[in-house]
Design a protein. Sequence first.
Length: 336
Amino acid sequence: MISLSELKTLLSTPQKIVITTHHKPDGDAMGSSLGLYAYLIQKGHHVSVITPTDYPDFLHWLPNNSDVIVYTEAVDKSLQLVDEAAIIFCLDFNTLSRINELGEHIRGTEAIKVMIDHHLEPEDFDDFRHWNINACAAAQLVYDFIVNELDDVALINKDVATCLYTGIMTDSGSFRFPSATSLVYRIAADLIDLGAEHWRIHQLVYDNASENRLRFLGHCLTNKLEIIREFNTAIISVNAQELKDYQIATGDTEGIVNYALSINGIKLAAFIIERTDKVKLSLRSTGDFPANEICKKYFDGGGHRNAAGGVSEQDLASTIEAFKAILPEYKTQLIQ
Ligand code: 5GP
Ligand code: MN
């Protein structure tokens, strides 16, 4: 581990820096990464944002998006940048398995690894940690890091503010989850004062769907929604053929699980999707119900209490059955 003052000293002269974030980056992953990027380049650092995989089109408008390197599309270049980096910022994840092959490569480098994250149970791979599970988003922690640890509020320009606002907005469910505390609202207000156009960001992220996505959503709600009243649970499942029929791209399935959770009385919602290599589960819950516990115990995953995910090596039908078979174990919590 290194101290804050050692990190500050390191950051006081131009360094080669890599910022990376989790597999299939979401709004917080990209918002926190590009927010930190827009801050660090002002200090004269040579900074690269490397994502393990591609990410949704509705995030491609973010400032400096064209500078992002997608590992799977530029493996050699990514590995070279990682090898040359003096500092590697790891944002919005806390186990190296969340960044695929890049993870073990990063573990083996000499670089100072800085974790900025809000997920439970961090793995011990970092040299400096700005970690708080009460933060609604990694972007909130990047804001806190820049303002309160590095004393650089003056460097939060419009690009930084726009990216950080995007991360906070998306990970807090547009400021409606319990994690959206009064502090988060204050930070959002600061970011608006510093140049974030909240109405425009909301429009670019949420009112930017393809026609296919909307028709696919209609299909899911009409034909694929299963409600299990006995356990206050709703499931939407989709197979590979349906994804093909609707030409579903990365990000098009984002948020569909929330429709299942929006039904009166539903405490647990699952979106189960047959991807090319595996079956992926996205769980959402209300109140105290621990969606992350199910993901961790049964689906090699994890996440937050109310938003978690995991994978299954079984086929789609067996995964759905396996998920249903778990519900009786949680009956008392689901029917309260
Ligand atoms: P989503 O359902 O949107 O893919 O993921 C919701 C949350 O669950 C993410 O923010 C992340 O914390 C967690 N999550 C999703 N998939 C996985 C996974 O495969 N492994 C782990 N450990 N966490 C996951
Ligand atoms: Mn996050």
